[in-house]
Design a protein around this ligand. Structure first.
Ligand code: FAD
Length: 393
């Protein structure tokens, strides 16, 4: 192949979309990946059914040091554009909740749709390919030395994602390439990740592993209304994953179970209307017994309501509705769905995804400092950045 081909490193969501977009634009495209299979994260995503986009995608669903950076690509390649591709391929899908669109079939259907299109367009995909060295000569040609060859190109796209879920082939390769070419990389941390408890909290909630509760969860000024899930190590579930992207070590997390109900108000009402009812039976209308036992440990609940003062009922209600804790940490990149931070967007054109200082070098997808909320937003970023870059290379 000639050096005016486009080489994309990373056969994930962003890389495959970029390959399709560039090939549709008449470019010769080669995709390299060190994994033995393309799109491994697509395969495991959405619990095996790929939450491939979100109907309500907006720039406000993304975290970045520059919240404006994502706007252009999200506008030029929208969720409706990707849905149109899925429809064209005849793949059935459904909205699970909150605009989250899932494949009716396994995630493989979405991956195969992308791979089939790559094949139709003559995109080359080389797997098991580890790149040892990237150099750029004075004529602007990149040369990539890998375990099996040296490939050259005038346009090089880095679509290698970041460090989350290393068992799926995730690496910091893209950040290293950025640094090699003098580009800044912002501080990175695991995002959309479960929290861990310290020994005290672990003992407090021991036995609740597997229990899920609808909550409003808050960290600083950010709140999410979704379920939390107790685990052996701490807390997970969609609400926790969402808020984890806003959490810094030492920050307090506040949890309100039953956010739609004024529990103290309800207990006061029962206190007045049915004073002989036992407190435990009112609480059981809302929570499983083992949750009540754990949350109210040390409190006597098996008495008629008339035997409680209002202040005691308020204390009990607060145990569920004003519960707070400081996570001891997170489960780290091993369990994180995404990496927060990445290649500094100040270094990159939001129109073309080319590095402003390095002609011909592009960065797309999760490798950049753009991270979506849970719910299909991260794939939408991969599709949008991949598509726009593919049009520009
Ligand atoms: C368990 C899990 C579930 C998820 N579910 C969803 C979901 O349902 N919806 C959603 O929107 N998002 C989901 N995400 C997030 C989503 O998968 C990512 O945001 C998205 O895959 C990022 O796309 P990308 O192409 O930038 O990177 P990736 O998809 O990670 O692709 C990067 C590619 O680069 C390759 N690569 C890495 N390093 C090298 C190297 N050194 N040399 C060569 N190749 C390399 C990798 O093998 C990989 O194929 C999930 C993530 C995880 C971990």
């Amino acid at each position: 192949m000639s050096s005016d081909q486009v080489i994309i490193i990373g056969a994930g969501a962003a890389g495959l979309m970029c390959a399709i977009s560039a090939a549709e634009n008449g470019k010769t495209v080669l995709v390299l990946d060190h994994a033995n299979k393309a799109g491994k994260k697509i395969l495991i995503s959405g619990g095996g059914r790929c939450n491939f986009t979100n109907m309500y995608t907006e720039p406000s669903n993304y975290l970045s040091a520059n919240p404006h950076f994502c706007k252009s690509a999200l506008k030029r390649y929208t969720q409706w554009d990707f849905i149109a591709e899925v429809d064209k391929a005849g793949l059935p899908w459904h909205e699970k909740k909150l605009g989250q669109l899932f494949s009716d079939n396994k995630s493989e259907a979405i991956l195969n749709m992308l791979l089939d299109r790559c094949e139709e367009l003559g995109v080359g995909i080389k797997l098991n390919c580890s790149i040892d060295k990237i150099e750029k000569n004075d004529d602007g040609i990149f040369s990539l030395t890998s375990n099996d060859n040296t490939d050259t190109c005038s346009s090089l796209v880095i679509a290698t994602g970041a460090m989350s879920f290393p068992t799926m082939g995730a690496t910091d390769f893209g950040h290293r390439v950025a640094r090699q070419f003098g580009l800044k990389v912002t501080n990175t941390t695991p995002g959309l990740v479960p929290f861990t408890f310290d020994a005290k909290e672990k003992a407090r909630f021991d036995g609740l592993s597997g229990v899920s509760i609808d909550t409003e969860i808050t960290c600083g000024k950010q709140s999410f209304r979704e379920n939390i899930l107790f685990t052996h190590k701490g807390l997970s579930g969609p609400a926790v994953l969402q808020i984890s992207s806003y959490w810094q070590p030492g920050d307090t997390i506040t949890v309100c179970c039953l956010a739609d109900v004024d529990l103290f108000g309800e207990l006061k009402q029962h206190h007045q209307d049915s004073p002989n009812k036992h407190l435990i039976n009112i609480l059981k209308l809302h929570f499983p017994e083992r949750v009540i036992e754990k949350f109210c440990a040390g409190h006597e609940l098996n008495k008629p309501l008339q035997q409680y003062k209002h202040s005691e009922l308020e204390t009990i209600a607060d145990l569920f509705q004003k519960w707070s804790f400081i996570p001891s940490g997170t489960e780290g990149y091993k369990k994180a769905e995404v990496t927060l931070g990445g290649v500094d967007t100040d270094e990159i054109s939001s129109k073309t995804f080319e590095a402003k200082k390095v002609k011909g070098l592009y960065f797309i997808g999760e490798v950049l400092d753009v991270t979506g909320h849970l719910g299909g937003f991260n794939f939408q970023w991969a599709w949008a950045s991949g598509f726009c870059c593919g049009q520009a290379v």
